[in-house]
Ligand binder design. Structure first.
Ligand code: ADP
Length: 544
């Protein structure tokens, strides 16, 4: 017997067509660099994304070629998300926070051919352009100033197309988007998404028991659109016609608070650093801000402190934690109480919500220790390994490595956790040698190599230390050469020449020796333990 169901390929462009047909009048709000508000609709998104797709094809884009974006969150980035995919191209979102050389490496490795860039980011692009094979540069005139030659004005580019156009044939396994993730050592690695992976991710993400997104929501993605598909928000909003509010380049709590209120946002998504800053303002002036009663926050990218969840609860705002990676599209687990937790006490409930939560449907999760798979008893710890239709099975143009994937095909996440009998994951450590500061990765290994290049340094280890504002910041533990007089200020100045500002450690500990393992490697777990309670002089300081 055979099933009688049609074999219709899953296709993200279905969401764009649906948005154009069903939700044409729903609003897309964008904050511009001068803080004015730009308002457009899903009818505009539908029309302009298709124009972009047609114009890209007319400009020579062939199926599967990369269309890079170097942009903040706004309507034109949304159009690029959908338009690049509609054209048969692969959307490649570049992380504008990285050092120019690194962005250049990534753009070259992905073989980006087209670039859509905000005019205010052109100076950044010009710092790495020569390292890439980008041929056509389309500039979004966010400031309204004329686009300098030889760049192509985004509006003029769209005007080349007439809309008399149809989608190219697409298979559900075709590549549609890609995003690079930091490598612990070596270079960043590219993850390539498909129609199938993103359609399924979107459906699962929108369920009430996952993020719970409705067409009646107004969504504020503070998470940058260059991070892991903006956590899937653009695709979800397009599928449902949810009103969406883009913050543009203004991510400071002082800017976000009025936006949340004025636009009556009902879901806002971002890393803990954003919400840590915002709660201080809320608590300073209780009752001042009049939010929509449905407002809730979706938070991930770093562990969410229980105190933060409690602080928002006191303001009547639910904070829901998710865990995932660029490799997992990104949503893999979500922290919401299920009916199996009915009746637990308040303290237990908050503790549960501060865990990373349970796997969402279609994500298989296990923890693996030295002796193999560990029981879900809430005690045994091991590396989280995952498998599922929106989890990457490899990296773009890289050989399969046992460091990243198990022999039986699971993704090794580098996060260490215990899992309760009800499937709630609690991350306790990380095997990957990286620091996550304000949602962005810093490589310990790169910093160590640079520090050890200083003539006065004998050896150095860089570890992540908990920080009240940035979730983590790097601490450099340094053994100076005998007789050398080395200060934190010297090191800071030395590293400032080699790293973007926010990557440079603020904290330095000068020691006589660094603890080692039996095989002579730095024992970083001992260092992390020793410096866990590092006193940050100025918790509010900005790493830039
Ligand atoms: P994203 O862009 O979603 O932050 P990345 O691939 O840059 O994705 O980072 C993924 C990593 O971030 C995870 O492997 C984990 O180490 C960390 N992470 C993400 N969410 C959480 C969370 N809720 N709690 C703790 N760590 C998290």
């Amino acid at each position: 017997m055979q099933a009688t169901m049609m074999q219709v390929p899953l296709n993200l462009c279905h969401f764009l067509e649906r948005a154009g047909k069903l939700f044409g009048s729903a609003e897309i709000v964008s904050r511009m660099p001068d803080k004015s508000i730009h308002r457009s609709t899903y009818a505009d998104l539908h029309r302009r994304a298709r124009l972009l797709a047609q114009a890209l094809q007319q400009a020579g884009l062939r199926k599967g070629e990369r269309v890079a974006t170097l942009m903040w969150n706004h309507y034109a980035h949304f159009e690029s998300y959908m338009g690049a995919i509609a054209s048969g191209g692969v959307l490649h979102t570049l992380n504008l926070r990285l050092a120019p050389e690194e962005i250049g490496f990534i753009a070259d490795h992905a073989q980006d051919r087209f670039l859509i860039v905000d005019d205010i980011l052109l100076p950044l692009f010009e710092q790495f352009r020569e390292h890439t094979r980008i041929e056509q540069v389309i500039v979004v005139p966010l400031t309204g100033r004329p686009v300098p030659a030889p760049y192509i004005d985004y509006e003029a580019f769209l005007a080349r197309a007439d809309g008399d156009w149809d989608y190219p044939p697409m298979d559900e396994n075709d590549p549609i988007a890609m995003c690079y993730t930091s490598g612990t050592t070596g270079r960043p690695k590219g993850v390539v998404y498909s129609h199938r992976s993103q359609v399924l991710h979107t459906l699962a993400q929108c369920m009430p028991d996952a993020v719970g997104i409705s067409g009646r929501d107004t969504i504020l993605p503070v998470v940058p659109m260059f991070h892991a598909n903006a956590w899937g928000i653009p695709y979800a909003a397009c599928m449902l016609g949810s009103r969406i509010v883009f913050p543009g380049p203004h991510l400071h709590p002082d800017d976000l608070l009025p936006l949340l209120e004025q636009e009556q946002v009902t879901i806002a998504c971002g890393v803990p650093t954003i919400w840590l800053g915002l709660i201080q303002l809320l608590e300073r002036e209780p009752g001042r801000w009049k939010f929509d009663s449905r407002l809730r926050l979706t938070v991930g990218g770093s562990a969410v402190p229980e105190s933060l969840i409690r602080a928002y609860a006191r303001q009547g705002i639910e904070l829901v934690q998710g865990w995932g990676m660029t490799e997992t599209s990104p949503l893999a687990t979500i922290s919401k109480a299920t009916q199996c937790q009915d009746g637990i006490g308040e303290d237990e409930r908050f503790s549960l919500l501060a865990s990373q939560g349970y796997p969402i449907p279609l994500v298989d999760l296990r923890i693996a220790g030295d002796e193999g798979e560990q029981p879900w008893d809430g005690q045994a710890v091991g590396e989280i390994q995952v498998r599922g239709p929106w989890i990457t099975g490899g990296y773009h143009a890289l050989a399969q490595s046992q460091d990243s994937f198990t022999a039986d095909g699971w993704l090794r996440t580098g996060d260490v956790a215990a899992v309760t009998p009800h499937g709630f994951v609690r991350i306790t450590d990380r095997t990957k040698d990286l620091i996550k500061s304000g949602g962005e990765w810093i490589s310990s290994v790169d910093l160590e190599n640079a520090i050890m290049g200083h003539p006065c340094v004998a050896e150095a280890a860089v570890i992540a230390v908990p920080h009240p504002k940035w979730a983590e910041r790097p601490l450099a533990v340094i053994v100076a050469r005998q007789g050398a007089a080395l200060t934190a200020e010297d090191m800071r100045a030395f590293l400032a020449q080699r790293f973007v500002k926010w990557m440079v450690p603020d904290a330095y500990a000068f020691v006589d020796a660094i603890p080692r393992t039996s095989t002579g490697k730095f024992l970083k777990s001992a260092l992390r333990e020793r410096y866990r309670d590092w006193r940050w002089d100025d918790a509010a300081s900005s790493p830039g």
